[in-house]
Design a protein around this ligand. Structure first.
Ligand SMILES: NC(=O)c1ccc[n+]([C@@H]2O[C@H](COP(=O)([O-])OP(=O)(O)OC[C@H]3O[C@@H](n4cnc5c(N)ncnc54)[C@H](OP(=O)(O)O)[C@@H]3O)[C@@H](O)[C@H]2O)c1
Length: 414
C-alpha cells in the first residue's frame, strides 16, 4: 500500500463573503479535489484584519488564495507570494486591472501560476475559455454583461416600470447591490472587468484608464417603454473589439434587438459573447456574484493549479502583439428628445443630423399637450459626429431637455 500523499497547504487571505464560502467548500469538496489532484487540500492559515500573520501563513502554504479585495494590502501579499514561488488564486478584479503587468511579470519570473477566473463574471468560465478553448480563434469582439447589479436594475425597470432609484433600492434589499453601489452603477466595475477580458482576448495590456465607461444612472422608465415599442431591450454592455487595426474597450448602456444572444440575460446574471470568424459566436452565462458561486470558481482555479494535467495559466498580454487603443468608433444610436409641439421641429433636427452625416432609421413622435417627444433610431455613425449633432440639437430653442442618446447594437444572430 502506498503512503498517503502529503496534504496540499492552502493559505487563505480574507474570510468574508467569498473567503468564508471558499473555506466551507474546500472542506466539503476535499475528497473530490483529492481524487483529481492526488492531494487533499487543507487550509494552512487564515488572514483577516483580526487574525493570522501573513509571513507565517506564506511559510506554511503552497498556494495562496487572495480574497481580501481592493488594492492594498492585497497587492503586497500577492506579489510577495508569487516572488516566494507560491501559486496564487485571486478573485480581485481591481488588483488585476490596476497592477496586472507587475503581477504577471512576477509570476512568470518565479515560474508559478496566477489564476483569476472569479475576477470576471463570477462563475461563468470566461477566462478559461478565452485562454484555452478559444486560444486558436482570432477574436474580433467580446461583448459582456459583466455587472449583475446593473443588469438586475435594468431588468426590473423594464419588467415593472419602476424608476432607477426604486430598482436600485430593491437590488440592495435583495443583496444584489452593495451599500455603496457607485462603481457598479457608474460602469467602473464593468470597465475593470472588460480591461481584463481585453488583455486576454487580444494579447494587449489594457488599464482602467484606457476604458471609456458610462453608467445607467440617467436611464428613465420612458427610455425602456419606448425601447419596448421599438422591439429593443436595454443592458449595460462592455465591448472590447478590433477597430481599424486597433482596439476599442468601452462600457455603455445599449439597446439590443431581441435576437441578440445577450438580450435574454436577465436579473443578476452575467454573460459574455466572444465573436470570431472561425467560431461565429460563443456565449456563456451564469451567476456573476455571490459567495458560494464565486467560491466555486476559486476552487476550480485551485484544482487547475495543482492538478497533474493542469492547463496553462492565463498569460499576460504579449507586448509584441499589442494593439493601439482607439477612441472614436462607429455606433448606431437611439435618441430621445423632449421638444415643443410646433411645425418644423422634426425638419430642423433632421437637418442637423444630416449635416453631421447621421442617417435616421426610424422615428416615433408622441404629442403631450404643448410638448412632444421624438424618439429616433439612427444608422451607425462615428460617435464623435453623433455627439456633435446632439450638442447642436440641445441648443435649439424648441428643445425642452438635454437630448438623451443611447447606443443600439444592431447585430442579430440566428
Ligand atoms: N462578493 C462577491 O459576490 C464577489 C464576486 C466576485 C468577486 N468578488 C471578489 O472577491 C474578493 C472578496 O470579496 P468579499 O465580498 O468576500 O469581501 P468581504 O466580504 O468584504 O471580505 C473581505 C475579507 O478580507 C479581510 N480583510 C480586509 N482588509 C484586510 C486587511 N487589511 N488585512 C487582512 N484581511 C483583510 C476581511 O477581514 P475581516 O473579516 O476582519 O473584516 C474579510 O475577511 C474581492 O476581490 C471581490 O471583488 C466578490
Amino acid at each position: 500500500m502506498s503512503a498517503p500523499s502529503r496534504p496540499l497547504a492552502v493559505g487563505l487571505l480574507g474570510h468574508g463573503t467569498v473567503g468564508g464560502a471558499f473555506a466551507e467548500l474546500l472542506t466539503t469538496r476535499a475528497t473530490h479535489v483529492e481524487a483529481i489532484c492526488g492531494r487533499c487540500p487543507e487550509i494552512s492559515g487564515v488572514l483577516t484584519r483580526s487574525q493570522g500573520d501573513f509571513d507565517d501563513i506564506l511559510a506554511r502554504s503552497e498556494v495562496i488564495v487572495e480574497l481580501i479585495g481592493g488594492l492594498e494590502p492585497a497587492r503586497a501579499y500577492v506579489l510577495a507570494a508569487l516572488r516566494a514561488g507560491r501559486h496564487v488564486v485571486t478573485a480581485n478584479k481591481r488588483l488585476l486591472c490596476e497592477t496586472g503587468d507587475e503581477l504577471f511579470v512576477a509570476a512568470r519570473q518565479a515560474g508559478v501560476q496566477l489564476r483569476f477566473e472569479a475576477a470576471v463574471a463570477g462563475v461563468v468560465p470566461v477566462i478559461r475559455v478565452l485562454a484555452e478553448s478559444l486560444a486558436g480563434a482570432d477574436v474580433e469582439r467580446v461583448h459582456g454583461i459583466v455587472n449583475g447589479t446593473t443588469n438586475y436594475v435594468l431588468t426590473e425597470m423594464a419588467r415593472s416600470g419602476v424608476t432607477y432609484g426604486e430598482a436600485l433600492a430593491q437590488a440592495q434589499r435583495l443583496g444584489y447591490a452593495e451599500a455603496d453601489p457607485s462603481d457598479d452603477v457608474n460602469g467602473r466595475d464593468a470597465a475593470a472587468k472588460m480591461a481584463i477580458l481585453a488583455r486576454l482576448a487580444f494579447g494587449t495590456p489594457v488599464g482602467l484608464d484606457s476604458v471609456r465607461y458610462e453608467g445607467i444612472e440617467h436611464i428613465t422608465p420612458d427610455d425602456l417603454e419606448y425601447a419596448r415599442e421599438l422591439g429593443l431591450g436595454l443592458k449595460l454592455l462592455g465591448t472590447a473589439e478590433r477597430v481599424d487595426g486597433g482596439l476599442s474597450v468601452r462600457v455603455y448602456p445599449a439597446f439590443l434587438y431581441a435576437g441578440h444572444p445577450l438580450a435574454s440575460v436577465t436579473g443578476p446574471f452575467n454573460a459574455v459573447t466572444v465573436e470570431s470568424e472561425a467560431i461565429t459566436e460563443v456565449t456563456m452565462s451564469g451567476p456573476g456574484a455571490g459567495g458560494p458561486q464565486t467560491a466555486s470558481a476559486v476552487l476550480g482555479d485551485l484544482v487547475s493549479v495543482v492538478s497533474p494535467s493542469a492547463s496553462p495559466a492565463p498569460a499576460a498580454g504579449r507586448p509584441a502583439e499589442a494593439l493601439q487603443l482607439v477612441g472614436d468608433v462607429e455606433s448606431a444610436f437611439y435618441l430621445h428628445l423632449e421638444v415643443a409641439d410646433e411645425p418644423g421641429v422634426l425638419a430642423q433636427v433632421a437637418e442637423i443630423l444630416g449635416m453631421q452625416g447621421v442617417s435616421i432609421k426610424s422615428v416615433v413622435q408622441k404629442g403631450l399637450g404643448d410638448e412632444a417627444r421624438l424618439v429616433m433610431v439612427m444608422h451607425p455613425v462615428l460617435e464623435s459626429r453623433f455627439f456633435a449633432a446632439c450638442e447642436l440639437i440641445g441648443r435649439l430653442g424648441f428643445v425642452r431637455a438635454a437630448p438623451r442618446p443611447i447606443r443600439v447594437i444592431e447585430e442579430e444572430f440566428v
